[in-house]
Design a binder for this molecule. Structure first.
Ligand code: COA
Length: 258
């Protein structure tokens, strides 16, 4: 696939690998489209039991591609990013992620939809939505407080400060930490173990574990409304411009030449 998502299929496992290492695997519209299509196909293919998310080049993903978001803000519920999120949240397959390096924004929020998460020692998670003048997505405003409690979720989401693999293990966001060099093999071994289980029992159990799916879908709609509005805001424009100009953003509202 030319989208910079590599799709590998074998023995009931589909690996979706973010492959844009020069941009820390930041996710473009085309990449979301490829993943939404792949997850939709997988949902209709009972031979697939496990989806494995990985990133190439020492990064999981730097999250949404900010240039792409500035140029092509997702303007409708059918935009690829929202199609991807719905397909992710409703995927019947067991979702496994292997995270090393940066896992920014959606790189962390997509993990809340995964069933098992392995982290390399270099994994560094962050939820910088407010720092970017944006709001959380992927129903993370619902799922993160549920997982770790309101105050800890508020700390991560309001301050947007990065946290490491050890902290993520403590939060219950990841199952296990491994040396980076052992991560890929461990992830494939885990995926293989899952794919060899009794398939109906495996997929039914995953479905039962995800029984909150109705409120998740509603929350994604609410978040998407606010996220789209914030993408149009001067706050996001300032944050993204500041990132590329390598300076801190200025949210004071003062004219820039003051
Ligand atoms: N969108 C677009 N480009 C991005 C990007 C993103 N989210 N994240 C990184 N890049 C690009 C950088 O602009 C840089 O491109 P260049 O080589 O043409 O200058 C390249 O990827 C490498 O990034 P760099 O910042 O030099 O790497 P780093 O190792 O110092 O830091 C991150 C890695 C992920 C911590 C840092 O790039 C970052 O904070 N990215 C923004 C993350 C973000 O805000 N995502 C949106 C969440 S909604």
């Amino acid at each position: 696939m030319s989208s910079t998502i590599i799709v590998n299929r074998q023995n009931g496992i589909v690996e979706l690998c973010f492959d844009r290492p020069d941009k820390k695997n930041a996710l473009t519209t085309t990449m979301y489209e490829a993943m939404a299509d792949a997850l939709t196909d997988i949902a209709g293919d009972p031979s697939v039991r496990v989806v494995l998310f990985t990133g190439n080049g020492g990064s999981f993903t730097a999250g949404n591609d900010l240039k792409d978001f500035l140029a092509n803000p997702p303007s409708s519920p059918d935009a690829p990013v929202f199609r991807f999120l719905r397909a992710l949240a409703s995927s019947p397959a067991v979702l496994v992620a292997a995270v090393s390096g940066p896992a920014v924004g959606i790189g962390t929020t997509l993990l809340l939809h995964c069933d098992l998460v392995l982290a390399g020692e270099s994994a560094r998670f962050s939820l910088p939505f407010v720092n970017l003048g944006l709001v959380p997505e992927a129903a993370s405003s619902l799922l993160l407080p549920r997982l770790i409690g309101h105050q800890r979720a508020a700390q991560l989401m309001l301050l947007g400060e990065p946290f490491d693999a050890q902290a993520a293990l403590g939060y219950g966001l990841v199952n296990k930490i491994l040396p980076d060099s052992a991560l890929a093999a461990a992830a494939w071994e885990l995926a293989g173990k899952l794919a060899a289980k009794a398939p109906a029992a495996l997929l039914l159990t995953k479905k039962l574990l995800k029984s909150e799916s109705i409120s998740v879908a509603d929350r994604m709609i609410e978040e998407a409304r606010d996220f789209r509005a914030q993408l149009d805001s001067s706050e996001f424009r300032e944050a993204a411009t500041a990132f590329f100009e390598k300076r801190p953003p200025d949210f004071s509202g003062k004219p820039k030449d003051c």
